[in-house]
Design a protein around this ligand. Sequence first.
Ligand SMILES: [Zn+2]
Length: 403
Amino acid sequence: MLSLARRSTIRKPSRSLQSSDVDTVITVEDNVVKARGVEFPNIWLRDNCQCSSCVHDATRQRLIDIFEIPQDISIRSSEADAGGINIEWSDGHKSYYKNKFLHNATGTFRERAIVRQGLRSPSLWGSEIKDNPPTVSYEDVIHEDSHGLYTLLSNIRTHGFTFIDSVPHTTSTPTESLLTRISFIRPTHYGAFYDFTADLSSKDMAYTSVSLPAHTDTTYFSDPAGLQAFHLLSHTHGTGGASLLVDGFKAARDLYDEDPDAYRILSTVNVHAHASGNDGISIQPYRGFPVLSHDAATGFRVQVRWNTADRAAIELPVSETGAWYSAARKFDAVLKRQQNEYWEQLTPGRVLLFDNWRVLHGRSAFTGKRRICGAYVNRDDWVSRWKMARWGQEEVLGRLAAG
Ligand SMILES: [Zn+2]
C-alpha cells in the first residue's frame, strides 16, 4: 500500500519531456531499433509509421491495416540524421521516426500519461483556501485570446475548482456561453443547461431546500459528469444556502495516511448507484466502481464517487459488508472535518465551476426563493480542451502513438 501513497502525487513534467531537441541516441543493430536501451519491435515501428500514407495528416487516424503487413517485417536499410532515423522496410515502404517520438515512446507509464491525461500536480487544499480561492474573470474567459480560458482550466486541473467573477446575471445566457467556451453541455434525464427556481416540482433532493452533505454527482452513470457549474442568479425572501466544497483527493490522502486498510477497502470494493426518481427510469452503471478509483497504469488517483443518497448495492457478499461500512464511516468523518470543509456563500455574478471527479459539493439549508442555473460538461471533453490549451495541437497529436 505504501506504493499507492507515493504514487498519489503527480510529478510535474520533467524538462526533457518539454524539450523539442531530445538528446536520444538511436541505434540499429541486428535488424532492431533501440532508443534509451529499449528495443522496438519492427511490427510496432511499422504500425506507427508517421508518414502521410500511413496516418491521415489532419485526423491522425491510421490509414494502414497492419495485419496485412507480415508480422516478421524487417529493416532493409537505415540511416540516422540529426533529428531522427530513416528506415526502408522489407516491403519497400520508407519511414522516418523523429528522435523525440522514439524517446517519448520509451518513457515510463507516468511520463507517457502526462500529456494524454492532461496531468498536473494537484494542489490539495482544506478550509484555508477560502483566503485565496482560484478565480478568473468572465471577461478574460469570453475573450477570444484564450489566456483566460487557459487560467480557468489550469485552476480546475490544479485545485479541482475555480470561480468565474463578474458574470452577467440578469439572464442565464452568459453562464451558458461561458460553459460552452469549454465544451458542449452534457444533457441528462434532468435536461441540459438548467435555469431553475427552487421548488419541489422535481423529484431529486438537490431541488429541495434541505441541507445537502458533501457528495459527488451522477455516481449512477458509468461516466459521471466531469465538470459541474452553479450560478446563483438571485436569492430573495430568505437566507442560507451556503455552498460547501471538499477536496476529495485531499480527504483520500488523509484517509490513506491514517488508515491504509480503510483506504484499500474503499479503493477495491465496488459500489453500485442508481437514479430512479423520474417516471420510467432506473439508471445504473454497467458495473460497480469503488469510492476511490486509480489509474492502473500510473497508480494516480483519478476519481472519487461519493453519494450516500444514490448508493445502491455494495459488491460484497451481504454478510461481509460490515467492513465496507466501517471504512466508509472513516472516510465520511474525514470529509466532515472542519479543516477539510470550504464554505462559501455564492452571489449573483460569481460562477462556481468544479471537477466532479475530485471535488465534493454540498450546501446548507435555505429559506426563500433561489434561482440557480448550471450544467454538466463531460470529463473527456474538458480534459481535451485543457490538453490542447496546455500543450498545443502538435505536441498532443504527436504523442498519440507514443503516449
Ligand atoms: Zn508510412
